[in-house]
Design a binder for this molecule. Structure first.
Ligand code: AHR
Length: 322
């Protein structure tokens, strides 16, 4: 009887020990800390991207340190340097511009903190300075816009005069969306880019640049090629104030395919919107976990995207997530 009681007590003690050890092992499991340096809050796309990153971090149980660089490279560099000082586990950032990143990335490498690029790419010789780049293929987006224009004007002898509202000077989407368009139209002399100026990816910037274009080129303009929806929406305001009819007497090509862009298509004011998805948070968090676990990642993870002509806007708008 006595020995039976002892055996029961022993088993109880053992299971309690196993349970508590299990619990404390779980509590000791270190939460991953990610330092994320965002570009800013320049567009509806960016706002949706920030929401995606923040909510995905929360869902993945990742401790997120977030900073907004207000579209200034020096602010992003400061933020990255402070993440290095705080010894975060991983740094991710969406680079404002393509060049000038080597020194800070070398600092991160020396501190043995892996870096993930998201949304925008950088121009560095030493690709070992970052683990992977997750985001859109902006060059392909530019080609998509250009090919749509070629097709749209296939029976028109031209000339077709294009004014271009560029994104932030030196940024990957501005460089590549321009390059993609030029690559497609270079063999067809009826297309001419008669003016190009940056509206910095903002509605106010797009409006201001378009006001100047309307004054200088007026009826010569056939196409507005806006590097994002916010600038396209600003340009639409400027065109309407100048008595022009966007979407009718001026063809408007835009990028992002946000809800705002779709609403303008439904209203007949944007003719085509090339998709660029900001919903990168879940992919980023899974990459962060893989990096910390020492799993290999592809150097480039490309977001799947498409193009939306005005004709499908009304039926597609209700399903848009951003
Ligand atoms: O880098 C993605 C671009 O940045 C989006 O097209 C634009 O809207 C944003 O500001």
């Amino acid at each position: 009887m006595k020995s039976n009681r002892r055996a029961v007590l022993g088993t109880l003690l053992c299971s309690t020990l196993i349970l508590t050890t299990g619990l404390s092992a779980h509590a000791d499991e270190k939460k991953i800390t990610l330092g994320f340096a965002q570009v800013g809050a320049e567009s509806a796309w960016r706002t949706a991207n920030t929401v995606s990153v923040k909510s995905a971090a929360q869902q993945a149980g990742i401790n997120l340190k977030f900073s907004d660089a207000q579209q200034k490279q020096e602010n992003q560099i400061k933020a990255i340097r402070s993440y290095i000082a705080q010894k975060v586990d991983v740094i991710a950032f969406s680079p404002v511009v393509e060049t000038g990143w080597e020194p800070i990335l070398i600092e991160a490498k020396n501190a043995k903190i892996p870096v993930i690029l998201t949304d925008r790419n950088i121009d560095v010789k030493d690709k070992s300075l970052y683990v992977t780049m997750i985001g859109s293929d902006f060059l392909e987006e530019g080609r998509r816009g250009g090919k749509w224009l070629e097709d749209h004007y296939k029976n028109d002898p031209g000339p077709i005069n294009i004014v271009e509202l560029q994104g932030t000077v030196g940024s990957a989407p501005a460089n590549d969306r321009r390059a993609g368009l030029l690559e497609v139209i270079k063999n067809d002399p009826k297309f001419k880019v008669i003016a190009s100026q940056s509206g910095d990816f903002t509605l106010a910037g797009g409006k201001q640049v378009m006001e100047a274009f309307a004054k200088t080129y007026g009826k010569q303009i056939n196409v507005v090629y806006a590097h994002n929806d916010d600038m396209a929406l600003g340009a639409i305001q400027a065109m309407e104030e100048a008595g022009m009819k966007p979407g009718k007497d001026i063809t408007v090509v835009s990028f992002d395919a946000t809800k705002g862009g779709f609403e303008a298509m439904v209203a007949g004011k944007i003719n085509v919107d090339v998709e660029c998805s900001p919903l990168l948070g879940p992919q980023l968090m899974s990459a962060v976990k893989d990096v910390v676990a020492g799993k290999p990642l592809p150097k480039r993870i490309v977001t799947e995207e498409t193009i939306f002509p005005m004709s499908v806007a009304a039926q597609t708008l209700p399903q848009r997530k951003y």
